[in-house]
Design a protein around this ligand. Sequence first.
Ligand SMILES: *Cc1c(COP(=O)(O)O)cnc(C)c1O
Length: 448
Amino acid sequence: MTDILSARADAPVSQQRRILTAIPGPKSTELQKRRLASVPSGVGSALPVYVERAHGAIVVDVDGNQFIDLGSGIGVMTIGHTNAAVVAAATAQLAEFTHAMFTITPYENYVRVAELLAEHTPGAHAKKTMLINSGAEAVENAVKIARKHTGRNGVAVLDHAYHGRTNLTMAMTFKAMPYKSGFGPFASDVHHAPNSYPFRDGLSGPDAAARTISYLEKKVGASDLACLVVEPIQGEGGFVVPADGYLPALQEWCNANGIVFIADEIQSGMARTGAWFASEHFGIVPDMLLSAKGIAGGLPIAGVTGRAEIMDSPHAGGLGGTFGGNPVAAAAAVAVFDEIESRGLLAEGARIEGILKPGLLELKSRYDVIGDVRGIGAMLAIELVRPGTLDPNPAAVSAIATFAAQHGVIILTAGTLGNVLRFLPSLAISDELLREALEVLGDAFASL
Ligand SMILES: *Cc1c(COP(=O)(O)O)cnc(C)c1O
């Protein structure tokens, strides 16, 4: 593998799993008490171990336990924790200036990130990018721009979608609990349509697309739709990979009907799947592409990249925000692009898939609670069912995730039905750590 860690000779964290205490340990338990008194319970934590340091694919907690991180903070630490180049770029920028407000006095790295996104997103057309702070803000701005461009109101999204937690993006997100319940009323003119979910619907891509399109044409009407927003691989919804031909058919329909086709690549983008953006695997060229999570090594920044003529439709001053494209985050993003490019990290997705997927398929052959193994590159998942049925098995998912955490492996859950285990390791993870994590996972299934 490419030695992503070698740049940091003083690597402060050995790339080893090590459990020294009960999980959570005594110091974490103490912090958790303070947190419960001061942080609202609506802000949950999947695993209440408090982080002290992290490097590469290892997270160290305050009790000295070391975890193999298969979650990467939900696919954010794609090139590894405390990557030396990212740390250096952000540190240098901290000492130069930390804020100027791009809409008052601009700076080069904002422009550089826009250039890099134009270069690395699908399609050779002229593109422009605006930068904001979070994924939800990217979705908000994409919808805003699409509406202004088309003069239409309707927003189409897919069943099982996740697009964020602001008022508009809650409306666009599918799952009520925990994301929406009691938080309405929601933004209007948002329409969910059936997606392609091969494990559950058994439909071919073209058939699933015909169903989606017919639903939207009947329920909303193509001429009232400003945009269709899709995750090429659905994230929170359960790493649902659409059937072949599904996304191209949706794109064709959008193009033919003047609907802005938007790919939400906030989770699937930035080398996560072994391509710069997952859209490439499906042969689609979105009119707009949204990036966030993995783009800046953990610093908050997000991008809306789109066809120049669409991005230029809002009037001067119509787009912006105080912190959007923050100089430190932008410097980190430039370093992330450079690391992926100069270290050839696009190859790491295939390496990780080549170890993890056969391991998961082997577990599937032994445990009939595993109904499906799916995903691309370093974005893989298994869906758990009651053996012999399609009935979801969320209890098994929590049991496995808990067992793994107790044994020093962080594994995230997902899925509208709560029955998916997802694997989002950083590209810096070694073959050895991946194999070790698979062993722990095997023990977890044996213990069910
Ligand atoms: C995480 C996520 C978002 C929201 O991003 P935030 O930064 O949490 O607001 C939107 N879309 C997808 C696909 C995501 O995974």
